[in-house]
Design a protein around this ligand. Structure first.
Ligand code: ADP
Ligand code: MG
Length: 241
């Protein structure tokens, strides 16, 4: 994906998403302007229903904007052909969800390698490499049910990282975890941004998590109400809630 290194990775311009029409229209997202730089760790904070998941789905090319423009890695997602959108999702974007979404009948290693195969990123040693990055080498042969919630989420992160995405989109990644295990997941996500220079977006309704971000985007009723740079982001290990 050829794009000048200095350009932002993602740009939303007047982006909106409306469900339904007429009286029944739901404006899930309205007039959102947002630029995400390479390697930025952004926390999107907002109450339930404020449009956080819709924003992620637009950035991830899972849903199309009904107004404005969404550009990722230099591509206008509203104007790219279906096969190209598939390619962008496959190569540029990784997703992490609240409830891990692992395949229960596959081991940790298999969950990661299936995605590597499907996306064409199964080069030699890559699966072992990401399992080591999330510190699960010794649990690679365990099934999801044999792993703690935090470990399952780390498998899910390894699965998202296996294709080396420039953009990692995390929807309430600690929503199903307690403080202790949640922190290990946040620490991992912070390292992914810092050490691998990937853009990491963490969506949450948990205000405490904002302290670890480079930048906090506040949402309410489908709009961005505040966009703040954090002067001194806290190490994730020190986040408390
Ligand atoms: P959040 O993730 O912040 O909880 P969402 O982005 O999921 O918020 O939802 C924003 C608004 O859009 C909510 O009012 C929600 O009910 C509505 N919404 C989301 N998805 C759909 C859909 N597929 N159809 C209709 N309304 C939707
Ligand atoms: Mg949501």
């Amino acid at each position: 994906m050829d794009q000048p290194a200095t350009a932002p990775l993602a740009v939303l311009t007047g982006a909106g998403r409306t469900y339904g029409s007429g009286e029944n229209a739901v404006h899930a997202l309205r007039d959102v302007d947002l630029e995400l730089g390479h390697g930025e760790l952004v926390v999107v904070l907002g109450p339930s229903g404020s449009g956080k998941t819709t924003l992620l789905n637009l950035l991830g090319g899972i849903e199309q904007a009904t107004a404005g423009r969404v550009e990722v890695a230099g591509y206008d997602l509203g104007a790219t052909k279906a096969h190209q959108l598939t390619e962008i999702r496959r190569d540029v974007i990784g997703f992490v969800f609240q409830f891990f979404n692992l395949i229960a009948t596959l081991t940790a290693r298999e969950n990661v390698s299936v995605l590597a195969e499907l996306t064409g990123h199964a080069r030699d040693g890559r699966v072992e490499e990401v399992l080591a990055e999330v510190e699960l080498t010794d649990r690679a042969d365990h099934f999801p049910a044999q792993l703690s919630g935090g470990q399952q989420q780390r498998v899910a992160i390894a699965r998202a990282l296996v294709k080396s995405p420039a953009l990692l989109l995390c929807d309430e990644p600690t929503g199903a975890l307690d403080l202790e295990t949640g922190r290990t997941v946040l620490d991992l996500l912070q390292r992914v941004a810092r050490e691998q220079h990937r853009t990491v977006v963490i969506v949450t309704h948990n205000r405490a998590i904002a302290a670890m971000a480079d930048r906090v985007v506040h949402m309410r009723s489908g709009r961005i109400t505040e966009d703040t740079v954090v002067a001194e982001p806290l190490p994730a290990a020190e986040v408390v809630w």
